[in-house]
Design a protein around this ligand. Structure first.
Ligand code: 5GP
Length: 121
């Protein structure tokens, strides 16, 4: 799928619409989900224009890949849900229609702050 410049996360990245920011660096932006499904529900997105994890896997640079994976841990630490403080969370990404993806810019959901329950509902 071709990247759509008008998707909502592209607009957040361009600061055209606001977000409840958690963390930002050269590679990622992280903010709270507008419709949280758990006590903590954060999103983390790469700054590069990737539609989904397959697109990222095929086309992102090694630096971008490291930046995103490390970013997940940085955000979890900032939220107080990482294993370093004895907690845990679920990191999940939906891919395309069958995966339930609604926003076509790669994003990981981080669910935590409580027991998040069974993996697939
Ligand atoms: P998906 O179904 O694509 O994996 O998840 C998209 C997520 O983006 C949903 O959890 C939805 O609540 C969230 N979302 C959609 N629009 C906005 C927005 O404008 N701001 C924020 N912070 N989250 C959004």
């Amino acid at each position: 799928m071709k990247y759509n410049e008008n998707n909502i996360f592209a607009k957040i990245l361009r600061k055209e619409i606001p977000c409840d920011l958690i963390y930002e660096d050269e590679f990622v932006l992280s903010f709270h989900d507008i419709n949280p499904q758990k006590k903590i529900h954060a999103l983390i997105i790469p700054k590069g224009k990737y539609v989904d994890l397959d697109d990222f896997s095929l086309n992102a640079s090694s630096e971008e890949m490291v930046g995103l994976i490390k970013g997940i841990n940085i955000v979890a630490k900032k939220l107080g849900i990482s294993t370093e403080v004895g907690k845990g969370y679920r990191a999940l990404t939906n891919i395309n229609e069958d995966g339930g993806q609604e926003v076509p810019h790669l994003h990981f959901h981080l669910f935590g702050g409580e027991k998040v329950g069974k993996m697939v509902v």
